[in-house]
Design a protein around this ligand. Structure first.
Ligand code: GLN
Length: 248
C-alpha cells in the first residue's frame, strides 16, 4: 500500500487556532484514497529527528514567544531541512511557521528572531502591539489549471515583505501586510500562508493538491486523487464565501 510520511514540527508549540488539524485532514483525505500515513514529530530539543523518506514537512502557527523559544532548535535543523527542500519534499507552513522559514522575524519589541533562511522574504511587526491583521480572509490562488478561493482566519502583527511568488491574491482581509493585495508564499512544493482555519478543512482542494504532488513524486506516475464526498465542505464554503465576499 502507498504511504506518505509527514514531519510535524513543534506540534505542541505551533498549534494556534487548531493548526494541527491540517495534519488530521491530510491523513483523513489520504485514508479515503487508501494511502497510509505516518507522522513523525519533532519537538524542541529532539536531536535525532530522521527526515529520510519524509514527504511533507508541516509547521503550524505560534505566537512571538514560542517562535523565540524554538528559533535556535530550528536553526539546528538547517542542513536537513535544506536538503529535504532540494529533494522536492512538500513544505506546508502557517503564520509563525511561515515567518520562521524566511530570513528573519522582527517582533513588536524590535527583537530579531533569525529565520532558517530557506526563502528570501522577511517579516517585521509593528512596534504598536495593537496593530495586527486580524479577521477572516479570502484569497484566490492557482491550483493546477484552476483558480481556487482559499478561506481562512488571520491574526498576525508581522508584515511580510520581499515575497517574490505569493500564494494568492487577497479578495477580503489583509494578507502579507496591512491592506495587501498578496498573501503567503508559494513554489511548486511550498505553501506558506497566514491562513489558520485549520486551512485544509476549509479548503479541501488544497489538501488534495498536496497529496497529488507527494504521490506523483513518490511513485513517478501522475497521481490524481479520486473524488470523495465533500458535500458538507462544499456547503460550508458556499456559506462562508457568500458572507465574506459580500459587498458592503
Ligand atoms: N507571532 C507572529 C505574529 O504575530 C505569528 C502569529 C501567528 O502564528 N498567528 O506576527
Amino acid at each position: 500500500m502507498a504511504e506518505l510520511k509527514i514531519l510535524h514540527m513543534y506540534p505542541s508549540m505551533l498549534d494556534l487556532y487548531g493548526d494541527s488539524g491540517n495534519v488530521e485532514i491530510l491523513r483523513y483525505r489520504c485514508r479515503m484514497r487508501g494511502i497510509d500515513t505516518t507522522v513523525v514529530k519533532h519537538e524542541l530539543g529532539d536531536r535525532d529527528t530522521d527526515l529520510s523518506g519524509v514527504d511533507i514537512i508541516y509547521l503550524g502557527g505560534g505566537a512571538d514567544y514560542e517562535q523565540q523559544l524554538l528559533a535556535d532548535d530550528l536553526l539546528g535543523m538547517t542542513d536537513k531541512i535544506k536538503a529535504a527542500y532540494k529533494d522536492g519534499v512538500y513544505f506546508l507552513m502557517i503564520c509563525g511557521g511561515y515567518q520562521l522559514m524566511g530570513q528573519y522575524y522582527k517582533d513588536s519589541n524590535g527583537k530579531k528572531i533569525p529565520g532558517l533562511g530557506l526563502f528570501d522574504y522577511h517579516t517585521t511587526a509593528s512596534t504598536n502591539k495593537r496593530e495586527r491583521c486580524i479577521g477572516n480572509i479570502v484569497i484566490e490562488t492557482q491550483l493546477g489549471d484552476k483558480r481556487y478561493k482559499v478561506i481562512g482566519f488571520e491574526n498576525h502583527g508581522g508584515q511580510t515583505t520581499n515575497v517574490k511568488t505569493p500564494f494568492g491574491r487577497v479578495l477580503a482581509g489583509n494578507g502579507n501586510e496591512f491592506g495587501s493585495s498578496s498573501e503567503g508564499y508559494s513554489e511548486e512544493n511550498v505553501t506558506a500562508t497566514y491562513l489558520h482555519g485549520p486551512l485544509l478543512s476549509k479548503n479541501p482542494r488544497l489538501a488534495d493538491k498536496i497529496i497529488a504532488y507527494c504521490m506523483t513524486r513518490k511513485t513517478g506516475k501522475e497521481y490524481v486523487p479520486a473524488p470523495i464526498n465533500d458535500k458538507l465542505e462544499t456547503e460550508c464554503r458556499k456559506v462562508l464565501l457568500e458572507r465574506l465576499l459580500k459587498k458592503k
